[in-house]
Design a protein around this ligand. Structure first.
Ligand SMILES: [Zn+2]
Length: 103
């Protein structure tokens, strides 16, 4: 399934994001709150940023505000990832993977 801003279902995405945020509430991970925040930002960006494509495996995101291109497929190219922090790009990849398993 190829997904992009033209065919993603908002309701399904929001359900997937809400489930992921809820699952982290019971998590003992130290970074659970940061991941929850990353998921919120990632879900919002999937609906607002038109420059991304998910081919069912790999996600490519072009930043709306810079020329940066992110391919957050396990690793990421952003500052947060370099500092070992959760990032919204990887949450976007995870959300889309979950989305394709749900839809
Ligand atoms: Zn990132």
């Amino acid at each position: 399934m190829n997904l992009n801003v033209t065919n993603i279902n908002t309701e399904t995405l929001e359900t997937v994001a809400a489930d992921a945020i809820k699952a982290l509430e019971n998590s003992k991970r130290m970074d659970a709150k940061r991941w929850q925040s990353a998921i919120r930002k990632g879900a919002a960006e999937l609906l607002s940023n038109p420059f991304w494509n998910f081919d069912g495996t790999e996600l490519v995101i072009m930043s709306e505000t810079s020329n940066a291109i992110y391919t957050p497929n396990g690793v990421c190219q952003c500052k947060a990832y370099a500092q070992n922090q959760p990032c919204r790009h990887r949450s976007m990849h995870r959300l889309l993977t979950r989305y394709t398993q749900t839809a």
